[in-house]
Structures are given as C-alpha cells and as structure tokens.
Design a protein around this ligand. Structure first.
Ligand code: UD1
Ligand code: UDP
Length: 361
C-alpha cells in the first residue's frame, strides 16, 4: 500500500515530519506531495532540511493568489497527481488551503483520507482556517486529535467515535526532536534579554488600520524589552508601512528556519504572536506567550500552558505583567500525550488501518 502526505505551508512540514518518520519505522511505503503554497526557501526548503523530510515526489508549484484562485489551482494540480499515484490513503495536516483542497479532491476520487490535527475550533468563521477545519473534518475517514476537547467538538458535529483517535501533538514531537539543537548563540546580533514577535493573521495584517493598531502596541512593548521580529511574507509590506521597521528596540529579520526560530523562542523572555503553532511551542518551552487574537482554536495552551489572549490595546500592559512575573511555569499539568510520541502513535493507527484493522481509540 501507498500513503501520500499532502503538504503546502510552513506548519504542515513541522507536523508531518514525525508521522513520516513513524511510518518509515513501520516500513510503510509513502511519499510527499508539496503543493507549493509556500515556496520561498525560508518558508519551505529550510524546513525539509531542518526536519529531515524526504524530497517530495511532486511539487505542484501552485503559489499565491486569492482564496479562489489558490484553491482552484490546488484542486486541479492535486487531482492529477493523486489520480496518477493511486494512493491507498492520503494524509493531510492542519488547516491551510492545501489541506482543504486535498480533502476535497480525495473525497471526490473516493480515496480515503486522514486528518492530523482534527477537531480544533475557534468558532470564528471569519478565519479562513476555521472553514478549512470544518470541511476537512467532515470529509476525513481517520481523524487524529491533539487534545480532548477536539473529540467533543467532532462528536457534536456528528463524527463517529470510531473515526477519532486522540494521539497528542506531532508538532510537539518535532519540538522535542529539535531540543538538543536549540541554542540562541547560533543567531547573530540578538540582545541578552529579548522578546520575539511573529504576526501574520489576515485580521491583524491585511488592512492598514489593523496593522497600525497592532504595530503601535508592539512598539510600546519594544520600549519595555527589545524585540526580534521574524517577519512572515504576508505582513511584511503592511507592517513596515505601519512603522514596524528596524530601530531602537526592534530588529526585523527574514522568516527564520525551524531550528533558528525555536532557538530564538526558547531563549526569549516573552513571545507576542498570532500563530497557531507558536502558542503550543511556547506552552511546552514554558515561555510566556501573548496571543493577539480574540479567540484561539487551541484553548489548552491557555488552560494548561503559558498562553494568554490579548487585544492590541491590552498588549503593552500584559507584556509588562508577563515580564515582571518572569519565566512562567505552566498553569496546570501539560496537555495529555504531548510527549514526543504522537508520530509513532499516528503511524501505528495508519499501519493497522491499511491492514483493515481499526485500532481502538
Ligand atoms: C497560510 C495559511 C495559514 C497559516 C500560514 C502559515 C491558508 C488560508 N492560510 O497563510 O493558516 O497560518 O500559511 O504560515 O492556507 N508568500 C510569500 N512567499 C511564500 C508564501 C507566501 O511571499 O513562500 C506571500 C505571498 O504574498 C502570499 C502571502 O504570503 O500572497 C500569503 O500566503 P498564503 O499561503 O496565501 O497564506 P499565508 O498567509 O501564508
Ligand atoms: N516558525 C519558523 N520560523 C518563523 C516563524 C515560525 O520556523 O520565522 C515555525 C514555528 O516554530 C512553528 C511553525 O513555524 O513550528 C508555525 O507556523 P506559522 O506560525 O507560520 O503557522 P500557524 O501555526 O499559525 O498556522
């Protein structure tokens, strides 16, 4: 049997690496299809190198565009390559447009699918990712959840329990694997004590108004602690136009590779973000995280971790408090099964499924 992984964007690569490794160890034949949704070397190649991912069997080169144009290109490209490869199972990750397109294509071709990171919900349909999550989960045959509340959301939406598996968080497997390599001295020109800011949500960076409000709050934080800002290409121009540029207390850098970025985060006194994955990584690393969003699909990082949701207006005061409180210890017990063994767990379920067995959830 053949398993294909459809990957397109930075966080997909991080989540897939442990699953690919787990399947390798079980001798399952597999391949990666890279959609090309992310294509800059610093958004793609560096992750294959840092995470030890094998070369994709195909790169569709779909690139950027409006949601309709990008999704349309993904559908057309994926249909052709998936039909040609004849996989027995296609594995999709997270909530990006490549995930949505892959699940639609496979559902129409009658090819079984597995969704890694199923059941996350922000209950905010203004987020493109929320739409992708709902559609993806409704069409998946195997659903792998990172946290218990995901299972109850899926049950509410009518997903049968037999399809769901609570397996923990493969993004945390990648973090555990990288831990021995994390060292902030590999980065040049970083202050001794610093914060990190990373911002790319459309609601924060896509309009000049939102960008202006956010940047003014971030600059206020930079007067409390110097900030290093690895900039996602999506927000580069608008955040710069709003004043987020190199200056006293602010160092804007290109997107960082995986090991460089986590090295930076591990050594930070504070992280300001709107990323999904970074909320989880800071929870595991015990670094205080302020998430500039009205909601999160990862509430476990608030209840069991170091994450707090803030508005731009509340960010400076929240930063000052987080810095005064010092290195935060997680609020409760760390999330269950975030133990570095999620990839092998997922691989075991997939390998059994390929033999016609359903490992009990
Ligand atoms: C996508 C995901 C988002 C995820 C993020 C991870 C969707 C709908 N969104 O958002 O959930 O959090 O990836 O990083 O799938 N660009 C480049 N180089 C690249 C890639 C993108 O310059 O290699 C620029 C282009 O101007 C592009 C813009 O970034 O238009 C947005 O890229 P896109 O993939 O559409 O969405 P992201 O904002 O990256
Ligand atoms: N990341 C990285 N370099 C950066 C910013 C993020 O390697 O400059 C990593 C981060 O550690 C995490 C993943 O990219 O593993 C998260 O991706 P992103 O924030 O782009 O997407 P989201 O999680 O919001 O979908």
């Amino acid at each position: 049997p053949l398993v294909l992984h459809v990957l397109g964007a930075r966080p997909n690569f991080v989540k897939a690496a442990p699953v690919v490794r787990g399947l390798d160890e079980l001798g399952v034949r597999q391949g990666i299809i890279h959609t090309g949704q992310h294509y800059d070397a610093l958004m793609s190649d560096v992750f294959f190198a840092d995470l030890g991912l094998p070369e994709p069997v195909a790169n569709l080169g779909v690139g950027s565009g409006t949601h309709a144009k990008q999704t349309a290109a993904l559908l057309v490209g994926l249909e052709e390559v998936v039909e040609a490869q004849e996989p027995d199972l296609v594995v999709v990750y997270g909530d990006v447009n490549s995930t949505l397109a892959a699940i639609l294509v496979c559902a129409k071709l009658g090819i079984p699918t597995a969704h890694v990171e199923a059941g996350l919900r922000s209950f905010d349909r203004g987020m493109p990712e929320e739409i992708n999550r709902i559609v993806t989960d409704s069409l998946s045959d195997l659903l792998f959840a990172t946290s218990p509340e995901a299972l109850s959301y899926l049950a509410t939406e009518g997903v049968p329990a037999a399809k769901m598996h609570l397996v923990g968080n493969p993004m945390i497997d990648s973090l555990f694997a990288a831990l021995p390599s994390l060292d902030s001295s590999r980065l040049e020109g970083i202050p001794a004590r610093y914060g990190v800011a990373t911002l790319h949500r459309p609601a924060n960076v896509d309009t000049p108004e939102a960008a202006a409000e956010l940047v003014s709050a971030v600059l206020e934080v930079s007067r409390q602690i110097p900030l290093v800002v690895p900039i996602h290409p999506r927000g580069r121009a608008r955040l710069a136009a709003a004043g987020l540029v190199d200056g006293p207390g602010v160092k804007v850098v290109d997107p960082l590779g995986y090991v460089d970025f986590l090295s930076l985060v591990k050594g930070a006194a504070l992280v300001v973000t709107d990323s999904g994955g970074v909320q989880e990584e800071t929870t595991m690393l015990g670094v205080p995280c302020l998430t500039v969003r009205p909601n999160t699909e990862r509430p476990i990082t608030v209840t069991h971790g170091t994450n707090r949701l803030v508005t731009p207006a509340a960010l400076p005061a929240a930063a000052s408090k987080a810095l005064a409180d010092g290195a935060s210890t997680p609020a409760g017990e760390l999330p269950v099964l975030w133990d570095g063994a999620s990839g092998p767990r997922i691989a075991r379920v997939i390998a059994a499924w390929l033999k016609g067995e359903n490992l009990s959830p």
